[in-house]
Design a protein around this ligand. Structure first.
Ligand code: CDP
Length: 227
């Protein structure tokens, strides 16, 4: 099962923290009638359990060992991805300060990535989808031609996150996400970079749709007629 060539197609959206990729992904998914998958929520869910159990997030061995003792279930509710941990929904705690602080360390553990990437690929069986994250175009669906990298300056991103009322060291997370050995955040081969620093959300969505059109999204095999 790949980003293209199987029965369903995937649009991959990557970018640093608070770049606006989630908002763009959500709006694009609504406009194009696609399932929206937030891969960050899966890394956050594992991190939520690490924090809940009092495991040191920098202890890679302990984090990896926890995976044998927990059921991370990813599903679809309507047109959105869901994630539960041993049947529990972490809800708003996915974005708690504790999770924000620890998630990049947990996401750097290769065993965590291996488990979650397999679940992410499996979601393509559910239908055409948009998946947003850090390594979607480079690792999860490298074969898809529909790759967008949503960027913005660090200053703009810090302001956006603060406006959401969150304490989140976006620059610090980005450095950890970009420097890690396994699947670092980077612009994947074939991805187009959209810098949103001076754009409003409607402009970003238009730019994304134009890029997808150019890449043949609306003429792909199995495409619904464009609305
Ligand atoms: O809050 P924001 O939208 O910036 O991030 P997120 O998408 O919720 O992801 C939270 C963290 O999960 C990131 O900082 C990465 O450490 C990790 N992540 C990852 O490593 N790979 C992904 N595909 C998605 C998220």
């Amino acid at each position: 099962m790949e980003g293209k060539g199987g029965t369903h197609s995937a649009i991959a959206i990557d970018g640093p923290a608070a770049s606006g990729k989630s908002t763009v992904a959500r709006m694009l998914a609504e406009r194009l009638g696609l399932i929206m998958v937030n891969s960050g929520a899966m890394y956050r869910a594992v991190t939520w359990e690490v924090v809940r159990r009092g495991i040191d997030p920098s202890d890679r061995g302990a984090v990896a060992a926890m995976l044998d003792d927990v059921e991370i279930a990813c599903g679809i509710d309507g047109m959105h991805s869901t994630v539960t941990v041993d049947g529990r929904d972490p809800g708003a705690e996915l974005r708690s300060d504790d999770v924000n602080r620890a998630v990049s360390q947990v996401a750097a553990v290769p065993e965590v990535r291996e488990v979650l990437v397999a679940k992410q690929r499996a979601m393509l069986a559910e239908g055409d989808l948009i998946m947003e994250g850090r390594d979607i175009a480079s690792v999860v669906f490298p074969e898809t031609p529909y790759k967008l990298y949503i960027d913005a300056s660090e200053e703009v991103r810090r302001r956006r996150r603060a406006a959401e009322g969150q304490s989140d060291e976006v620059g610090h997370r980005d450095r950890l996400d970009s420097a890690r050995k396994t699947s670092p955040l980077k612009v994947a081969d074939g991805a187009v970079v959209i810098d949103t620093s001076d754009m409003d959300i409607a402009e970003v969505v238009e730019a994304a749709v134009a890029e997808l059109r150019q890449r043949g999204w609306f003429e792909r095999e199995g495409a619904e007629p464009a609305i």
